[in-house]
Design a protein around this ligand. Structure first.
Ligand SMILES: *[C@@H]1O[C@H](CO)[C@@H](O)[C@H](O)[C@H]1NC(C)=O
Ligand SMILES: *[C@@H]1O[C@H](CO)[C@@H](O)[C@H](O)[C@H]1NC(C)=O
Ligand SMILES: *[C@@H]1O[C@H](CO)[C@@H](O)[C@H](O)[C@H]1NC(C)=O
Length: 191
């Protein structure tokens, strides 16, 4: 009984500083406009120029707050009806080493039912609204990511995926009819 009486004021006293710390953390986070993620490089390579050509693939800094990523890949053997994607994350220690994820998906099945694969869905959501990779197979047009704002990606990455700081690389291999046709690599630093 004595415990209850003692505990109550104790809890209140501890609660107040904790609230204050949470409030300060909130103010700090709201004020902090610097991105926690910085994209450092973006590379696309066609491994089969008769099948796919990289028309463009770049990161652009318009100014301090507006940076975007753009991609256009011409498909030369349309329509494409079977696509597989292997995506893996690498982290830099002494050189890049595989880390965390290595997933291969049937892209046509996934696009029909994105909820079937939460990790792929998470990655897809990072660029889907700026891309024409937003429908299921067949693909009978060039593949485009149109000026995907880095801030849009940052907001989602930092909100949902707390990962340790470091240099990372996301590498994807794009297979059509089980042949590796292209690779796309994104390099980023998490602070
Ligand atoms: C950065 O560029 C965008 C697009 O041109 C523009 O809307 C924005 O106001 C610019 N921001 C700054 C800080 O100059
Ligand atoms: C991912 O897994 C595949 C199949 O097991 C393997 O061939 C490939 O080397 C792995 N990639 C990475 C980056 O570890
Ligand atoms: C897919 O993206 C294209 C180009 O941005 C857009 O015109 C189309 O309405 C989108 N389709 C779906 C199903 O979201």
């Amino acid at each position: 009984m004595g415990n209850g009486a003692q505990n109550q004021p104790y809890t209140v006293e501890m609660g107040a500083p904790r609230c204050l710390i949470a409030l300060l953390a909130c103010l700090f986070l709201v004020e902090e406009v610097e991105p926690k993620v910085e994209f450092t490089n973006f590379k696309c390579t066609s491994l089969d120029p008769k099948f796919a050509i990289v028309e463009h693939c770049y990161l652009k800094s318009v100014n301090r707050t507006y940076k975007y990523l753009a991609l256009k890949i011409n498909l030369l053997q349309k329509p494409v009806t079977r696509i597989k994607v292997n995506g893996a994350t690498w982290k830099r220690f002494n050189g890049y080493k595989p880390s965390l994820y290595n997933v291969t998906i049937d892209a046509c099945k996934f696009l029909k039912n994105p909820k079937s694969n939460p990790v792929a869905d998470y990655i897809h959501r990072l660029f889907r609204t700026y891309s024409n990779m937003n429908h299921s197979c067949p693909f009978n047009h060039d593949v485009i990511i149109d000026k995907l704002p880095i801030s849009f990606v940052n907001n989602q990455v930092t909100a949902v995926l707390p990962v340790p700081p470091g240099d990372y690389m996301f590498q994807s291999h794009w297979y059509a009819y089980d042949i590796n046709r292209a690779t796309v690599q994104v390099y980023l630093t998490i602070f």
